[in-house]
Design a protein around this ligand. Structure first.
Ligand code: SAH
Length: 346
């Protein structure tokens, strides 16, 4: 029965090699098949032309190759591309290609929906359906790399885990996907060009540091005052700022890599001098920079982007304290592809 067959892409290279040895073949056959599955992106066994017909049939009898397919693709007037990606079980996630003058960035999803409940994020309303498998994360990157070559004549240069889901709540699979993305047998990308963005799960930030990962870390901070942060990101009650601080100190101690704080400024929520001063204090804990991101409205006005005056105050006071701050304009808003807008609307 087809549905009893195992997904061959769940096997490691070593397991594939062992499988072939058990079948009376050479371990090397495992390397060949592995290459077809990962570097060459084969979706059917028939495509594996340097493997004998009998072997392909034997694989066909034992395994399936689960893979994603791009269900719909939308292009924004600013060049941003959004893919609605269909998974093997019919569920949909979204990923985004963001082109700029100097780079093309893939924004990928790590979960179907999200278990966190950030009040300003469209994905939070979907609830978490399931974690993505490593290959489902990897395949989103491959699909975007192809689109980048097709539309912009250049390969993908950067990856951010800022799509749907909380990457640190699907840690093992995210790590396995990044291993494939960075390995020469996968896409061979440098981990320095990868950013994992988290709403801040202290235990997992520490684990990541202990695992000696080589990619960069971004934290969606949005407020450095517990009471404020808990109103907009209710899980902050479970993971308060003091635990986050401690985890970030551990991260820096182990990795020596700066942290990026993502920060949206909202009218009447975090736009006072008191909020800015709290952020300045938080920024002193570990070397960091602040990205102020534009709010992408998802509802009927419960949250509103703060005034330019408030943003200017943030910039001025942060800079006066020698904290690096960038203001990020949103891309792809016309197709609901901007931060926090991914909600499978179409
Ligand atoms: N769960 C991870 C990654 C997904 S969210 C995290 O929280 O970091 C990616 C980024 O988009 C986060 O910084 C998040 O705070 C931000 N974001 C969510 N909703 C947004 C919205 N409506 N407008 C602007 N940014 C938003």
């Amino acid at each position: 029965m087809a549905d009893k067959k195992k997904d061959i892409r769940a096997l490691t290279k070593e397991q594939l090699r062992e499988f072939f040895v058990k079948e009376g073949d050479k371990a090397f056959r495992g390397n060949q098949v592995y290459e077809w599955l990962w570097s060459k992106g084969a979706h059917v066994f028939e495509d594996m032309t340097n493997i004998s017909k009998e072997t392909r049939q034997m694989l066909q009898d034992n395994f399936v190759i689960n893979h994603i397919s791009v269900d719909t693709m939308q292009r924004s007037s600013d060049g941003t591309v959004k893919n609605a990606v269909r998974l093997h079980d019919g569920l949909i996630v979204e990923s985004v290609l963001i082109p700029t003058e100097t780079r093309t960035t893939a924004c990928v999803s790590s979960q179907v929906g999200c278990s966190l409940d950030c009040k300003f994020c469209a994905t939070a309303r979907l609830k978490r359906m399931r974690n993505l498998n490593p290959d489902e994360i990897y395949d989103q990157v491959v699909a975007i790399d192809k689109e980048s070559k097709l539309y912009f004549n250049r390969p993908l240069s950067n990856i951010v885990f800022m799509g749907m889901g909380e990457p640190l709540m699907n840690y093992n699979n995210v790590i396995k996907a990044i291993d494939k993305i960075t390995s020469p047998e996968g896409l061979g990308m440098s981990p320095k060009r990868i950013v994992v963005s988290t709403s801040g799960v202290p235990k997992m930030i520490k684990k990541m540091a202990d695992d000696d990962v080589k990619f960069n870390l971004a934290v969606s901070l949005h407020s450095a005052i517990d009471e404020v942060r808990t109103t907009i990101m209710p899980f902050n009650k479970t993971f308060p700022l003091k635990d986050l601080k401690e985890a970030l100190e551990h991260w820096y101690e182990k990795t020596q890599r700066k942290i990026t704080y993502e920060y949206v400024v909202w009218n009447g929520i975090n736009d006072s001098i008191k909020d800015i001063e709290a952020l300045v204090r938080f920024c002193k804990y570990v070397p960091c920079k602040v990205n102020i991101i534009e709010y992408n409205p998802i509802d009927d006005g419960e949250f509103q982007q703060a005034s330019n005056q408030a943003i200017d105050d943030y910039i001025r006071i942060l800079e006066r304290n020698n904290i690096v701050v960038n203001v990020r304009r949103s891309r792809g808003k016309d197709i609901d592809a901007a931060c926090g807008q991914l909600a499978n609307k179409s």
